[in-house]
Structures are given as structure tokens and as C-alpha cells.
Design a protein around this ligand. Structure first.
Ligand SMILES: O=C(O)c1ccc(O)c(O)c1
Ligand SMILES: [Mg+2]
Length: 621
């Protein structure tokens, strides 16, 4: 279907927004009146610029507070409208959004509102303009799309139809199935927005917290399915009021927005099994983590930590300054290539997928930037893509059960794989995003990479509450907790958690090898006793081994953390009896302890390391 985006979604000038929308792939835009009013461009210039960019101008909006008024006010409102219609004629836009009256309505009558919209329709027709009447969720009398559609039916005027906005309908919990009762020719326009479920007044929710489809809690796929069953064939347009998206790079946000519409059409097409919707390549979710790559100018300190944790050095790459360590099927790649002045960062993630070519095609269809690992002719070619935060995600076809991937053979002069160690794999990789990247990252991991996004949580840190959104494959074999870094912190660390079957042994070996555990305060163990009523013997063992503990309905969780090296640290975990969480209640203790250690170590590190490189060692775009 045709795609469109309201200029209010994007940052910058009207020109910036138009250029970015066209470059991202949108067919058209909704011109938000304040964007035009604030622009240097005349309506004629906007029109010709749109033509050059190949964009249609699909809607002019909003016209406010029209219906349900006294006769005096009606006359004034018609005059106001006529001035707008004249501007629309200069712009060449044929549809105006009229949102339901929130301020001046005093007459609560469908008949009166219908009569007044009919008057507006007569005036509009003289300018070749159509009226798309939208029920705002906080309208004075009209706050339900079904009532707006009833009024439109009563108005019974060819220039008067309705605009359906998913936010106003779904935020109020109104059943969208009623869309199918509206005659298709009366649905003049459709606006799409997702949102997180929030308990707050609906106006503030709408003006600040809308999200692109796929990033919130609304069922946009079902919404689009109703539209198509109703016979709607106009554009699908994004109207997302969001303070973050109004502050992020215009071109990047437009591309991010377009991805959400491509994904949504594909989802709806799958549900309907037909329709005029864009389809994209199908790809099954990842089935495992093949490797995690840490990049640094000098990986020595990270490797010392891996050694203390009990991983095995597997060798040096034949041709590159890259080294491999493994613990069971958990593989860590330590990369010093092109890493001048880079402190250790999580730079890459290898995902085992059932069909790498299919996942590559799907990512391509969603406009994700590809990456390829340059390799020698006889080396495995790794293909993949860039996550929004710059993480390189590589795709590896699933090897046979228990087999190591063939690329492992490129590493030489190391020790053989230790088949007796207790590591069973990478449990999770905790990635950290800036506030500006977070929603884009959620859409990226779910839409392009096949992850699910269960309900988000918040974790208390010394800098306040941190948003935490886990994305995980449906079977839980790959888990990525995504945290938003506090705004004040530019070098917030990320971590790799390794799962093992005997954490007591791993911890005691690490202690024996001199590993500096992240210290756990005594108060934590007192609190643990109070919270869980643990057996005193177990409590003592936890305290002396500096292990953290958690329990859920299914089982128990034991874990510990290393100190950070650059922007990386490690966690070792053991899940017992199907424990499914991440020790979230322990995160505040971990974050506070890290802050204490950081304070002590920062001075030393800063004087030794010189200027810090950007995130993941590359400049951000
Ligand atoms: O928040 C508003 O006022 C507003 C304006 C126009 C719209 O289409 C809308 O959905 C909301
Ligand atoms: Mg709207």
C-alpha cells in the first residue's frame, strides 16, 4: 500500500523532513500545519519540492475545534476553514484532517455536528478539498471513532469522511473490529501509531509517548487487518508524536519509521494471507550464539579475565590480530584489528541461524545496513548487518549438534577444546543504548532478527531508573537485555554472561587464579536472608564466594560479576530448575558496586589510557 509520514514525526525544518521522508522510501507526507507556518518555503515551493522528490502531499492537518458549536461560532469557524482551504489549494493537498472539538464544543448532538460538517463539506467542495473527521481520544463530545463515523454518515456529504488514528482508538480500548462496519469510501485517511501501555492522561500519552508500529503494546497488525477487511485502499500513514524522535537525526529516524511500516505490512499480510501489502523475506529466529567479539587496542586484560574464569585459549588467527577463547560452546573472539585507541568494547555478535541467506534477505528488505567481514579467499565469509548502536551482527548457518563452526579452524597454536569444562554457552549479552537508540533497537531486534520483546522493566541505578527491555528468541536460546544508559554516562559498560553447570567450581577456580570479583556488600546478604529465608549454610557459602542469588516461580539463579575492563565485563550464571530471569533484583546492587569501583579506578585509567575512543571504536553517524 502507499506509505506516508506526518512531518510532526521528524526533527528539523520542513525541507529536512521532506528530503528524509523521500530518501527513506515514503510515497507521501502529511503536512503538519505548524511545520508549514514556520517554514521559509511558500506553499507553491513546498508543492514543487515535493514533486521533485517524488512525494505526494497526502494530508493537511490539523484543523481544530470546528463542530458542536453555536451558530455564531460556526460562522467564524467556516471563515477560519476557508483560509486553510486556500492554502491547501496552493499546496495542492486535497484532504484536511479535522479533529474533534476539544475546546469550544457546547452542543452534544450528532445531528448538530453532522449538519455543521455538511456545511464545511459544501465549502470544502468549492476548493476541491475533502474533510477527514477524526475523533481525538480526549474530544469534548466526540472521543470515539464509532461516533465520528456515525456523524460522518449523518452528514452524508461526498466531501466528508473520517480519519482513523490507531492511537485514539486503541488507547481508549475501543474495539477496532467496528472499522469493518464503516463504508470504505468514507475512510478518507488512516494514521498509525503504536504506544506503550501507560497509566496516564491520554493527551500527554499521545503527545509524548507514541511509538512507531512494532515498538509498543498495541496490536497494529490486527488494526491494519480490520482496515483491509473494510476495503480501505488509501495510504498507511505514520503519525507519531514522540520527544525522542523529534531530537534524533532526521534521515535516520525516517529510515527507522519506514522500517516499521514495511514490517507492519508484512505482519498484516501474513495474518490476512492476501491483500495489497508489501511482503518481505521470511526468516526463522536465531537458534544460538556462535560467538561474541570484543574489540580493543590491547585485548590482554580481557583475555586474563577469561583465563581466570576458566575459558581455554584456542589460538591466534592465521592472518589477523584476532584470538579465540572458548568455554564449552561459548566462544569469545578478541579482536585487535583496526582498534587503535579503542578500549575493550562488545563489537560483534555471531548468531547461529537456520538459514543465514534468508536472514540476510529479510534484513535487506527492512533496509538494515549490511556488513561483511573481509576475509582471505580460503576463510569463511561472514555476512551480517549493523544494529542501530553499531554492533556488528554476523550470521552463521547452524552447524551440526556439538560441532564447532568451520571458522574455528582458522585459529592456530592454541589448546584443544576443553570438553570437560562446565560452560554450556552464552546465557545472554547485555547491550546498552543511548535513550535515542532504544526504540529503534527494539524494532530492529524484533523485526529484522526474529526476537520477541516481552514486557519491559526498570532497574534502579545510582543515576536513577534505567529502562531495561529484554529481547529473546521464542525458545529463550538467545537473550539480549537492552538497557538505556543514563544520560550522564558515556562509557556505560556492556556485559557477556556465560552459563555454567557448576558455578561454585567456576567461582573458586577464578578466586584461586586471582580474579577480582565485583564486590558485593554485606548488607546484600542480610537482605537476602530476609527476602528468601535462605538456609544459613547456603547464605554463608554465597557470602564467602561473593555470589548473588535470585529465585522465581520455577527455580533458582546463582551468578557473579567480574570487574569491568574498559566497556566490558563478564557475568557467570547458573540457572537451576528453569529459572527464567536475569537476577533483576540484584542489578541495583551490581550497579552501585560498579559505581564505587569505577570511582576508585577511573583516575588511574584516565591517566594511563589517554583519549577515549567512541562507542564500539567507530564514530557514530
Ligand atoms: O494531539 C493533537 O492535537 C492531535 C492533532 C492531530 C492528530 O491527528 C492527532 O492524532 C492528535
Ligand atoms: Mg491523528
Amino acid at each position: 500500500m502507499r506509505t506516508s509520514i506526518a512531518t510532526v514525526c521528524l526533527s528539523g525544518s520542513l525541507e529536512d523532513k521532506m528530503t528524509a521522508a523521500a530518501a527513506a522510501g515514503f510515497d507521501g507526507i502529511e503536512v503538519f500545519e505548524p511545520d508549514l507556518v514556520a517554514s521559509d518555503l511558500s506553499p507553491e515551493e513546498v508543492r514543487s519540492r515535493a514533486g521533485r522528490l517524488g512525494l505526494t502531499l497526502d494530508l493537511y492537518q490539523p484543523f481544530r475545534d470546528f463542530e458542536g458549536v453555536t451558530d455564531d461560532l460556526l460562522a467564524a469557524n467556516l471563515r477560519r476553514a476557508e483560509a486553510r482551504f486556500a492554502v491547501m489549494q496552493r499546496l495542492g493537498v486535497d484532504t484536511v484532517l479535522v479533529c474533534s472539538n476539544v475546546g469550544t464544543a457546547t452542543v452534544d448532538s450528532d445531528d448538530v455536528s453532522a449538519h455543521q460538517l455538511r456545511r464545511l463539506g459544501d465549502l470544502a467542495a468549492a476548493y476541491d478539498v475533502r474533510i477527514a473527521f477524526e475523533a481525538l481520544a480526549w474530544g469534548r463530545f466526540v472521543d470515539d471513532y464509532r461516533r465520528a463515523a456515525r456523524i460522518v454518515a449523518l452528514a452524508d456529504h461526498p466531501a466528508v469522511g473520517t480519519c482513523l488514528d490507531s492511537f485514539h482508538i486503541l488507547s481508549r480500548g475501543h474495539d477496532p473490529a467496528g472499522i469493518e462496519e464503516i463504508p470504505a469510501e468514507k475512510i478518507f485517511f488512516v494514521q498509525l501509531a503504536d504506544a506503550p501501555r501507560l497509566a496516564m492522561d491520554v493527551l500527554s500519552w499521545s503527545r509524548h509517548h507514541r511509538l512507531f508500529p512494532g515498538e509498543g503494546d498495541f496490536d497494529l497488525t490486527g488494526f491494519v487487518a480490520h482496515l483491509l477487511r473494510a476495503g480501505y485502499a488509501g495510504p498507511l500513514s505514520l503519525e507519531v508524536f514522540n520527544d525522542t524522535f523529534r531530537q534524533t537525526d532526521t534521515a535516520r529516524t525516517a529510515a527507522h519509521a519506514f522500517r516499521s511500516l514495511v514490517w507492519l505490512q508484512d505482519q498484516a499480510a501474513r495474518r490476512l494471507d492476501a491483500g495489497p501489502l508489501t511482503r518481505i523475506a521470511e526468516a526463522a529466529p536465531p537458534v544460538g550464539v556462535d560467538f561474541v567479539e570484543v574489540k580493543a587496542e590491547d585485548t590482554g586484560e580481557v583475555e586474563a579475565t577469561l583465563d581466570q574464569l576458566g575459558l581455554t585459549f584456542r589460538g591466534q588467527h592465521r592472518t589477523k590480530p584476532v584470538r579465540l577463547w572458548s568455554g564449552g560452546p561459548a566462544r569469545m573472539v578478541l579482536n585487535e584489528q583496526h582498534a587503535r585507541e579503542v578500549e575493550p568494547v562488545v563489537a560483534g555478535l555471531g548468531l547461529v541461524v537456520p538459514d543465514a541467506a534468508a536472514t540476510e534477505r529479510r534484513a535487506h528488505d527492512l533496509g538494515v545496513q549490511p556488513v561483511h567481514r573481509r576475509s582471505q579467499v580460503d576463510e569463511a565469509r561472514l555476512a551480517g548487518f549493523l544494529a542501530p548502536d553499531g554492533l556488528e551482527v554476523y550470521l552463521v548457518d547452524a552447524p551440526g549438534p556439538d560441532a564447532e563452526p568451520t571458522w574455528v579452524e582458522e585459529f592456530e597454536h592454541g589448546l584443544p577444546r576443553d570438553t570437560a569444562d562446565s560452560f554450556t554457552g552464552v546465557d545472554h549479552v547485555n547491550l546498552v543504548h543511548s535513550w535515542a537508540e532504544h526504540d529503534e533497537a527494539v524494532l530492529f531486534w524484533t523485526a529484522a532478527a526474529g526476537f520477541d520483546a516481552p514486557a519491559a522493566t526498570q532497574v534502579a541505578s545510582p543515576q536513577g531508573l534505567v529502562r531495561s527491555q529484554v529481547v529473546r528468541t521464542p525458545d529463550g536460546r538467545v537473550r539480549l537485555p537492552l538497557n538505556v544508559a543514563p544520560a550522564v554516562s558515556r562509557d556505560y559498560p556492556e556485559h557477556v554472561a556465560l552459563h555454567c553447570t557448576d558455578i561454585w567450581a567456576v567461582a573458586s577456580r577464578a578466586a584461586g587464579r586471582g580474579m577480582a570479583f565485583l564486590p558485593v556488600p554485606d548488607n546484600y546478604y542480610d537482605d537476602l536472608a530476609a527476602r528468601f529465608g535462605l538456609d544459613p549454610g547456603l547464605l554463608d557459602r554465597l557470602r564467602s564466594a561473593q555470589l548473588l542469588y535470585d529465585r522465581d516461580g520455577a527455580g533458582e539463579f546463582l551468578h557473579f560479576y567480574t570487574r569491568r575492563v574498559g566497556r566490558v565485563f563478564f557475568e557467570v550464571v547458573q540457572r537451576l530448575d528453569g529459572y527464567d530471569g536475569y537476577g533483576a533484583d540484584n542489578a541495583p546492587v551490581r550497579l552501585a558496586s560498579q559505581a564505587r569501583v569505577d570511582r576508585v579506578e577511573r583516575t588511574a585509567r584516565e591517566s594511563a589510557a589517554g583519549p577515549a575512543a567512541g562507542a564500539r571504536g567507530r564514530p557514530r553517524t
